[in-house]
Ligand binder design. Sequence first.
Ligand code: FAD
Length: 374
Amino acid sequence: MYDIAIIGSGIVGLAHALMAARRGLRPVVIERNAAPTGASIRNFGFVTVTGQGENDTWHRALRSRDIWQEVAPMAGIDILQRGLLVTAQRPEAMTVLEAFAKHEMGRDCRLLSPEEVRAHYQGAGNALQGALYSPHDLRVESRTAIPLLVRWLAGNGVDFHFDTAALAVEGCEVITPRGRIRAESVVVCPGDDLTSLYPHIYARHAVTRTQLHMMRLASPGFDIGCPRMSDLSLVRYRGYAERPESAALIDVLRREQPEHLAAGIHLIVTQAADGSLIVGDSHHYDRAPEPFYDAAVEALILDEFRCVLGIEPPPVLERWLGTYASAGEDLMRVSPHECVRLVVVTSGTGASTAFGIAEETLNDLFDTETCHDR
Ligand SMILES: Cc1cc2nc3c(=O)[nH]c(=O)nc-3n(C[C@H](O)[C@H](O)[C@H](O)COP(=O)(O)OP(=O)(O)OC[C@H]3O[C@@H](n4cnc5c(N)ncnc54)[C@H](O)[C@@H]3O)c2cc1C
């Protein structure tokens, strides 16, 4: 008998295991694959605070960033980059950044002139209007960080059952092909598996899947300083997109970059310890996205890279696709039973917010009485 059974070993499941272990509870994680292979190891590992949607998501990102900083050294996870540089290629983009900097969420962020950007960072395009520097963000290498987190949790009181699919949850019991696992509470974190567990809840919240094209480029031969974003990011990330000033930017982008907008492209560039660059991404929405990597989408991403960094893209070393659950709300958290919570990040922000979300779920399950939503 466990205190808490967690289904799914992506970052959302692991975050719940961590917060449970911190409370002195006995958690078990049930994962159908032999290791985590979902969105959580395919992402940028970018714990993005600045630009997240005002209120809940931004606060959860701030809290999660703090918890990453506490846990990373203990789990042997390197924080490879800190901060964020959003460069503006158009005056309309600079106006959005100026408006953001005046907002509470822009606290401690700095606006930089083109000269200041060029003095401090290599790789800045010709059309540079200026930039916003945020000190709040950090980056880990997900493909190594997630396995390290699993290993550290396993050594700190968390049991793992890999290669074990959860077939159903009955009351507080998880039914698996290997037998029943009993716990006081169950947290279900299956990410973008829309059909195996609670398909009616996924359907009711109109959850679909978002697919992204990603690549790793060879080192450009210099340190990019911190993760980069571009004008296209300002109409995707709610923290900027919800500023009224973004309306003029979107008009310009519709005229100048319609193909990029249609493919949901914006630029994130992060850098690994060996200097290689993780570059993306695109957004296609479908319950059953095409499984094939589209070279035309890659060309659009690299076109944006060329403009923003002002260099020819180095050779592509790896390409992959990733998917995550998405819906109109940033987070779906419902209670199909009084001792069960279904927790799905539906906004592509799980690496940035999972620890904050897990802390709330644990408070809800173990500190208070709540009503449920069937
Ligand atoms: C390409 C890409 C880039 C991204 N970049 C960022 C970023 O930079 N910053 C950021 O904050 N977010 C980013 N995201 C979003 C982030 O990765 C996701 O929000 C997050 O990983 C979701 O975590 P999860 O644990 O819910 O899902 P997953 O990592 O997909 O994990 C779900 C797990 O549940 C398991 N599972 C499902 N059903 C069952 C079952 N019935 N029984 C047992 N196990 C089950 C699956 O096998 C899987 O291992 C990105 C996503 C992608 C795809």
